[in-house]
Design a protein around this ligand. Structure first.
Ligand code: T4K
Length: 362
């Protein structure tokens, strides 16, 4: 069996069937049905957030976040992320302005102020690999310049900072519930936010811009359906066990790879309750004796399929028509040298040992 970068967690067949049974009675398949509403309440409680709306996927949730804040202008963001972050900014009619990242791969808050212009409307940070941005420093900058703060928290389900759900920071946060995530609804996502007056705006963006009998904005269709929600209800039941299993794999990796010459492991912020979403290693070609691409190819010979998240940088998207990587040298370096090792709940210690042996005996 190949060992992929991740493997979706599944409830038992019987558990899922039990959860979807009621759909044959209600015939309510989508458009904010009863299972959707039940999941919404449960996820809100789990994430420790004040307000939440569910979405068909994380990407459209992020797009709707930008639209519902009425943003039009430049958004300072990171190039070290999945394509979705930048695409959502562009699709929402805004312009991404790329800021470099720090050694923990999150946006470098010390470089944000220099990028602010009279067109800047928001800062969009990404909690990369479940490691969080400096939410306090970013909020200070946003307050000083009257900017909105959005977080792409696609990787950060269940992460807490200083005892507070990470979705409770900034104006709006987006969590992805894609099949590859710590918690999933097959495809899915949510927005969390503090200002309850955003609820109507978010709901309108999600449902074609319809408000009662009025068409108020050019909204999209981003509603979560009942089958997705039922998967979420099942998976949420097992989430603590899932994260504990991930933790065991994560700690085994640390024990085997810490101090390995030429490999840098992920450093987390202090005060963080982690979710163990990803296990990235940064490969120093000179010290390790092999570059990242060579290591990925070598591992694949043993059936281990690590992934280059995030390569290429989103700022390398050809549709920009110009090379924008020179202003973000750290992000460029990381995208060329980082490799995410397999990480999922069913990865046992023997699997981790097999992977680490393959790395260390390359
Ligand atoms: N922002 C950030 C920072 C993100 O990372 C993402 C998504 C988003 C926004 C957007 O959220 P969503 O709209 O997706 O909710 C994957 C995921 O498709 C994507 O959700 C994720 N980030 C990104 C980092 O990774 P691929 O192209 O690498 O996925 P794929 O199909 O190669 O799958 C990787 C491995 O996962 C497979 O080798 C096996 C396993 N897998 C995959 C699927 C699809 C399963 O076990 N079951 C499955 O159903 O993009």
């Amino acid at each position: 069996m190949p060992i992929n970068v991740t493997r979706s967690s599944m409830p038992s067949y019987e558990e899922y069937c039990e959860e979807i049974k009621s759909i044959w009675d209600t015939v309510h398949l989508t458009n904010m049905g009863p299972i959707h509403n039940r999941l919404k309440g449960q996820v809100r409680e789990y994430l420790g957030v004040q307000n939440i709306e569910m979405f068909v996927n994380g990407h459209l949730a992020l797009y709707c976040a930008i639209k519902s804040l009425g943003l039009c202008g430049e958004i300072i963001t990171t190039p070290f992320t999945f394509a979705s972050t930048t695409n959502a900014i562009v699709q929402a009619g805004c312009t991404p302005v790329f800021c470099d990242v720090k050694d923990d791969y999150t946006i470098d808050e010390s470089k944000i102020e220099a990028l602010i212009t009279d067109k800047t409307v928001a800062i969009l940070g990404v909690h990369v690999y479940g490691n969080i941005c400096d939410v306090e420093a970013i909020q200070k900058i946003a307050d000083k310049y009257s900017l909105r703060v959005i977080y792409d928290a696609a990787h950060a389900f269940g992460v807490e900072y200083k005892g507070r759900g990470i979705g409770d920071y900034g104006d709006i946060s987006m969590f992805s519930f894609h099949a590859t995530k710590v918690f999933h609804t097959i495809e899915g996502g949510c927005l969390t936010y503090r200002d309850a007056s955003l609820t109507d705006k978010i709901a309108k963006q999600r449902n074609f811009g319809i408000a009662g009998e009025e068409l108020e904005v050019f909204g999209t269709n981003a509603k979560m359906n009942e089958f997705q929600a039922a998967m979420g209800i099942c998976n949420l039941r097992h989430i603590d066990g899932e994260i504990a299993s991930r933790r065991a794999a994560f700690e085994r990796y640390n024990a085997r790879l810490e101090g390995a010459c030429g490999l840098k492991l992920l450093q987390f912020a202090d005060g963080l309750k982690q979710n163990f979403a990803y296990y990235p290693i940064l490969v120093d070609k000179e010290k390790f004796g092999m570059n990242r691409d060579g290591l990925a190819a070598k591992l694949s010979e043993s059936g281990i399929f690590a992934r280059k998240y995030f390569y290429p940088l989103v700022s390398e998207n050809r549709e920009f028509g110009e090379d924008m990587t020179a202003t973000t040298p750290k992000a460029l370096e990381y995208s060329r040298n980082i490799l995410c090792l397999p990480m999922y709940a069913h990865l046992d210690v023997a699997d981790v040992d097999f992977i680490c042996d393959a790395i260390l005996n390359k």
